[in-house]
Design a protein around this ligand. Sequence first.
Ligand code: ARG
Ligand code: ZN
Length: 876
Amino acid sequence: VVHYLKDYQAPDFAVADINLTFSLEDAYATVLNRMTVVPRQADKPCVLDGSAELLQIVLNGKSLCPHEYAVADEKLIIHAVPDSEFVLEITTKLYPAQNKTLMGLYESGDNLYTQNEPEGFRKITYYFDRPDVMSQFTTTIIGDKQRYPVMLSNGNLIDSGELDNGRHWVCWRDPFAKPSYLFALVAGQLAVLEGSFTTRSGKEVALKFYTRPEDRAKAGFALESLKHAMQWDEDRFNLEYDLNIFMVVAVSDFNMGAMENKGLNIFNTKYVLASSDTATDADFEAIEGVIGHEYFHNWTGNRVTCRDWFQLSLKEGLTVFRDQEFSADRASRAVRRIHNVRVLRSMQFAEDAGPMAHPVRPASYEEMNNFYTLTVYEKGAEVVRMYHTLLGEAGFQKGMQLYFQRHDGQAVTCDDFRAAMADANGVNLEQFALWYSQAGTPQIKAHGEYDAGNRTFSLHLQQYIPPTPDMADKQPMVIPVKVGLLGRDGTSVVFRLADTDAVVEETVLVFNQAQQTFVFHDVAQEVVPSLLRGFSAPVRLDYPYSDADLMLLLAHDSDSFARWEAAQTLYRRAVAANVVALEANQPAPHHAELAEAITAALNADIDPAYKAVLLQVPTEAELWEDAQSINPELYVRARQALLQDLAASMEDTLTHWRTWADTQEQNSKHAAPQEYHPDLAGVRSLRNILLQWGVQASAQVLQTIASEYTQRATNMTHEFGMLSAINHLSDDKRDELLNQFAQRHAHDDLVMDKYFVLIGSSQRADTLQQVQAALQHPAFSLENPNKVRSLLGSFSRNIQHFHAADGSGYRFIAEHILRIDGFNPQVASRLVQAFNLYGRLEPQRKALMAEQLQRIQQHEGLSKDSREIVDKILRD
Ligand code: ARG
Ligand code: ZN
């Protein structure tokens, strides 16, 4: 069944309140759902969503007979209901230990957890399982005191007591109306780490982090992150927390990163637990970001929620924007922005150019779980960022205030958000709506010329929105293009936009027609434009820069994004030249000038984290953006050849800065330099990427790593950095160090995930065999999504081996998709997207991939999750 945005209809019933009673037994649970239902129109049958085993239905105190209702296709239809308010009591029976989908109520390590977004609640009881039905939830949980000492749900604990037979009960009440997807329940043996936060109006909020007892000590950083997030939301968005308690529960079996259930967030352990000897600096940063993200949902998602799932980006795009800003305000704004852009360009642009392309607000879906995508999240965040760029911080915050004034307590649409932004600022944002309805990455062709006589610089822009499977012809969009001008000496050149305007150094052009020319006046000299500063729009921009222009921007641009981008373009050109050479069976050329430019940039006075990102060569997905009939292996080789060439010419510089990084850390004024700190994280990230380059330059680096290993391995950033650097080498020393690592961390499942990532992403010739062997490792389990993502996910992104010319990589992943699809469709259908490149592959690989895709398509009982994806890919 395909669901369409255009078919939306308001619900026929409202729910005044809902009372849930969970009785937790040894092998099952029963749920009594007592709700007060209010018809919004007369004579409508009552249709509820649900798939749980149904024990009983009672309407206004009378048990219903089988002929009074029907159950089919995950719906319960009650043929006749009263025209006015009635009470419906439905009892269901659940088997959480057998639920391997990790949706609804499920067991993980003897404890019980829920995941209900988007449509998990229907696995628990029968309900109007859609976000525009909001109600007040009261939840009673009854269970054995030994087995379930901790029993949690949303809101405030209002009562509890003892029962016979060693059982006890608790009652939670959430005073805020919410949709079913925000309902949560947790029960089991859990340790708690407590803290508190006093809000600006003086309310003390109890903060509680629940973990396995042995993990409690590792939740401290997440707790501190939460306090920072609460403070930041008050300071920057004027938003205060609204309950007296905020709980976070960590669980190791979890389909996604985390979930913002009201007052009771449930997190993948990966985004809660950290200590410097088990988590990398990047892990610490991800924890801070995800803790922020889920907390920020309390306003953008929970207080104001989505009308329907097509509007998912209303809460996700906005909340990702908020978490990005939180992280940027905490530290290293420039480097964080670059990091976000890199993720967007290497992953979301690829999604937008493939069979799954869809607008930020999809027009249709079969399985909603397939639409928790990079487009909805990351491109959605860029769309929100464009409002911010167009309206400025003050204008954007005015828009936010109006949004909450109008819609607190409501389920609304992306249009409502846009209207609040427009109305609060008295501007017209009609055309901006296209960002929500047109898929595909806009492409801008630009060129410019200087007129010395008139002292003008004219910038000509032309936009093109490529067709996507859902739409052929597209309208021109509103694209904010932030621009500055550099003189030939690298200094910033001022200009006026019109004769009456003030002199400025930078401006945001509002480019909203198919073609447009912008004239800069009073330009004193010949200039090189610095375009799309800060990556002011999620587009691809092509300007006919000479290499010398790009080197000028790399050396002098005051905008750190544009400066980094100049290096990216230079790398891209160099790899493209290598591709051409390798295709013609020629050796890859030597790139002496690029090596000099990068050396100069490294030696400039910039912060180490920024040096580290300057050394990132674009990913293969970015390199083949424009290509058709792709031979993926060629790109790996071309990119590799560039790295080797540059590293060889830059060996002394690389060693110099690596030694510098070591002394920085040793002489640091921080009392515990092995602990996470943004400054030290920057130094370590530089050291680790220098190690990777260093290994390309000389085999000697392996010896250095091996000899320093034990001393440095007390910090996971170093340990993982060293292993990553040598992970592709065929030397036995690599296996030896990896095996030691696995043995030392065998008891820590999050560190074992890192081991599986290393195995799955290695370029060694024997990688497929090593991955197959790792499937048998005692720490591995196909039922744990983190394990699947670590080993199989990393292998599916391992370009050389997944796209092996003999088809072995495709076959291996297809087999495992089918094994996983039988019990966890969500995880399986994510893996199916490894095949997204299908339509753009060279013929031989395309044929090999087709075989495996058809095999998946023809598999009996294939989930609708995987089917939707595989059908779309094969149509491409
Ligand atoms: N709302 C969650 C978040 O972004 C993600 C939930 C995704 N759930 C899913 N079943 N796909 O924080
Ligand atoms: Zn979210």
